[in-house]
Ligand binder design. Structure first.
Ligand SMILES: C[S@@+](CC[C@H](N)C(=O)[O-])C[C@H]1O[C@@H](n2cnc3c(N)ncnc32)[C@H](O)[C@@H]1O
Ligand SMILES: [Zn+2]
Length: 284
């Protein structure tokens, strides 16, 4: 793909310089702001907009991303991807790809959910993740995905009011920053696990549980900037093999807590998937 029509070049006008906040444009294989800050597009197709101060955040490891990609490829989370795509596509009409209409996914990981959303609507995508292996994967996730390496907690490198939709699936939210980047009629689609998600595995394998207090704090942080407009519960049973379960463990936070005893489980286990998909609009 030539740099002129790379996905990053197409969304450059929506991005903001992480050093000075000025608008960006694409030239050769770089993104530049009007004040002369310049960011090279890596040969793997992503751009790093990480500033020096944000390098403490590393995000998911390559091994976690490999496990997540394998599990997603198995189709076990396809109903979640379909529901996320439907929420992103709500009140959208199909038509030609609009250059100034992009969906941003914060903490995009493999890019699986953003790619599903872009299959449903004719928009461009911006995948943002703080992990380099994620940025590399996202650059290949969909022909319309522009991949940006950045730390969502340091501010989103996106211009004010530039986006109609932002997506966060099992990932950081930074509500004040998301609200800043959305248009007044924009939507923020958030997918988060309920306490029943993967519940059958959490006990036997000693996996990390969802902290109910954390969930309460997240809801509180959202309410300062957003009002809920829609909510869908996606809940179903998956039949998982031991190999699938090894991937589930390896792709999540429990991967940091040693290897649990997957071998002691039966050949296949019925495991609940339970995810709340909430759509919010920014307060006027
Ligand atoms: C649980 S994964 C979910 C990934 C993807 N949405 C999915 O469901 O497949 C969370 C992702 O958020 C990323 N992440 C963590 N902290 C971040 C930050 N401060 N800024 C951007 N991304 C971050 C991680 O690297 C990881 O890819
Ligand atoms: Zn700049």
């Amino acid at each position: 793909m030539s740099p002129a029509n790379s996905p990053l070049a197409e969304v450059a006008g929506l991005l903001a310089c992480p050093e000075c906040g000025a608008g960006m444009e694409s030239r050769d294989r770089t993104l530049r702001c009007g004040s002369g800050h310049s960011f090279d597009i890596a040969k793997q197709g992503y751009v790093s907009l990480l500033t020096g101060a944000s390098t403490k955040m590393t995000g998911d490891t390559a091994a976690m991303l490999d496990a997540r990609a394998t599990f997603q490829l198995g189709g076990h989370f396809a109903p979640i991807a379909d529901a996320v795509a439907a929420a992103v596509a709500a009140d959208d009409s199909s038509g030609p790809v609009l250059d100034d209409d992009a969906v941003l996914e914060v903490g995009a990981g493999t890019g699986y959910y953003l790619a599903a959303a872009l299959d449903a609507i004719p928009a461009r995508g911006i995948a943002l993740d703080v992990a380099k292996p994620a940025a590399r994967r996202c650059a290949r996730a969909h022909p319309r995905v522009a991949s940006v390496l950045a730390d969502a907690w340091r501010g989103l490198p996106v211009r004010d009011g530039a986006l109609r939709r932002v997506l966060s699936v099992f990932a950081p939210r930074n509500p004040s920053e998301v609200a800043r980047t959305l248009t007044t009629d924009g939507r923020f689609v958030v997918a988060s696990p309920t306490p029943r998600h993967l519940a059958e595995l959490i006990g036997p394998l000693g996996m990390v549980t969802v902290d109910p207090d954390k969930e309460r704090r997240l809801t509180e942080a959202m309410s300062g900037h957003f009002a809920p407009v829609d909510r869908t519960l996606v809940e179903y049973s998956m039949k998982l093999s031991r190999t699938d379960i090894r991937d589930v463990v390896a792709m999540g936070p429990s991967a940091h807590h040693g290897t649990p005893h997957v071998d002691a489980l039966p050949d296949t286990v019925e495991v609940t998937a339970s995810v709340q998909i909430s759509t919010y609009r920014p307060h006027p």
